[in-house]
Design a protein around this ligand. Structure first.
Ligand SMILES: Nc1ncnc2c1ncn2[C@@H]1O[C@H](COP(=O)(O)OP(=O)(O)O)[C@@H](O)[C@H]1O
Ligand SMILES: CC(=O)N[C@@H](CCC(=O)OP(=O)(O)O)C(=O)O
Length: 302
């Protein structure tokens, strides 16, 4: 027979964890959360399945999750298989018409389909789309800037307009939109958009409460790469001062977070996608993990 005292020993900590979530469940009830799932955090099958569980958990807990996904490593692997060279300028993929076909095929046909499949193992929730659908994201050609000079990097887009109507309709219908970072060009072409930039633009247009960015580091490191001290919280103005010191993939992430919190999003969080269920820990526990960016207090300068 089970000893009731021993049972209480395990039951009480579990109950405490659930109760810790209560104020967060209340606070986020009915709120939109945009989640960026990065290519480097999505290479492990178990982590992908845990991510899908977390997103469905958020939905059942009364939040409205929207997933925006990347797939940089998956695009590079496919280009490699096809014998097409990958190259990046200022962190953006140089996108020839041939490369754009592969980007579209991998993001919308492979990565997005996989995420939709994993989410729908839990019920009829996920609906995949790209930013081209229903004019959700419109873009113009973007140039990279290297040493102050504009460099042509092909079909890489800068978002000029977001129409959140189709995503909002899916959310109102209880669905989980899964959006690939591709936009329709004002000129009729199709453009490759950095997925962090796309997530931030959608979060602002949807008036999201939170933008969560999953990546392959613990958060924003102070003085990276010489130190790995994670900055737990910073304001928009503090982040703006740090931007010039950041490198590689952290640049579009942090620019996106800054844009989001300056355009109505309540907070942006950078968390470690390599930790299973990191999103639940971030959203529903008092301590959170990773780095949180908050808007400047009113009257605080910017
Ligand atoms: N200050 C910093 N703190 C943390 N990571 C940084 C920093 N500056 C640059 N990085 C780099 O940014 C990377 C995350 O960007 P990226 O590889 O594009 O991620 P993802 O595939 O998730 O979009 C980290 O793995 C790290 O190499
Ligand atoms: C313009 C540009 O660089 N687009 C990215 C889009 C995918 C992406 O951003 O994926 P991650 O989030 O996994 O890095 C690319 O082609 O790799």
């Amino acid at each position: 027979m089970t000893n009731p005292t021993a049972r209480n020993h395990t039951a009480l900590p579990k109950a405490r964890i659930l109760i810790e979530a209560l104020p967060w469940l209340t606070r986020f009830n009915g709120k939109t959360v945009v989640i960026k799932f990065g290519g480097n955090a999505m290479v492990d099958e178990e982590l992908k399945a845990a991510f899908a569980q977390d997103v469905v958990f958020l939905r059942h807990a009364g939040l409205k999750p929207v997933v925006v996904h990347g797939g940089g490593p998956q695009i590079s692997a496919q280009l490699d298989r096809l014998g097409i060279a990958s190259s990046f300028t200022a962190g953006l993929r140089v996108t020839t018409p041939e490369t754009m076909d592969v980007v579209r095929m991998v993001l919308a046909g492979q990565v997005q389909r996989q995420l939709v499949g994993l989410l729908n193992e839990h019920g009829p929730f996920a609906v995949g789309m790209t930013g081209e659908d229903a004019h959700t994201m419109t873009a113009v050609k973007r140039h990279a800037v290297v040493d102050g000079e504009q460099v042509d990097i092909g079909f890489v887009g800068e978002i000029t307009h977001v129409d959140p109507g189709a995503i909002q309709a899916l959310l109102d219908d209880g669905r989980i939109p899964v959006v690939s970072s591709i936009a329709r060009g004002e000129d009729g072409h199709v453009y490759n958009i950095n997925a962090d930039t796309a997530a931030a633009a959608l979060a602002s247009a949807l008036d999201a409460e939170v933008l969560v960015v999953l990546t392959d580091v613990e958060g924003l490191y102070a003085d990276w790469p010489s130190s790995e001290d994670v900055i737990s919280q910073l304001t928009a103005s503090e982040l703006e001062k740090l931007l010039p010191s950041l490198a590689s993939g952290m640049v579009p992430k942090m620019e996106g977070c800054l844009h989001a919190v300056r355009n109505g999003v309540g907070s942006a969080r950078i968390i470690d996608g390599r930790v299973p269920h990191s999103m639940l820990l971030e959203v529903f526990t008092d301590d959170g993990i990773g780095t949180m960016i908050v808007p400047d207090a009113q009257g605080d300068g910017s």
